[in-house]
Design a protein around this ligand. Sequence first.
Ligand SMILES: [Cu+2]
Length: 158
Amino acid sequence: MMLLRSRLSPKRGLGASAGLLLALCLAAGTAAQAADSGLVLSRAWFRMVMPSLPAAGYFTLSNPTGTAQVLVGAASPACGMLMLHQSVNQGGQERMAMVKSVAIPVHGKIAFAPGGYHLMCMSPTAAMKRGNTVPVTLRFEDGTTLTANFPVRNATGK
Ligand SMILES: [Cu+2]
């Protein structure tokens, strides 16, 4: 979310486009230099119900390294904003809450799956279409990243 904030924060007006360009250049530079997280991603997919609705992203992230990692953000060119969410049951009602970070313990794994953690693609582009794959970059607290292609499936996961 820090990346998104830095893109959104430049002041409106004359400086906005220059600020945005600078932010994009900085982001590109960061991405190019970012080391691999060492984490292993599996079972990645997006659930796209309707193009007009946010799409949910799911995956399993394993940490075979000797260092705990903390997922702090996600981005995809196929999504306006890509947020970390968690479904929580509050008094029998399913609600979604924003999540700032998710820790992946040493030799442990976390699952983003229906009913729990998920990525929320707020404004899917035309690329978010069943049968397509869309790239997602996960960003970790130590500055490392992990980029993978997520296949897009329908509401039933097909
Ligand atoms: Cu959500």
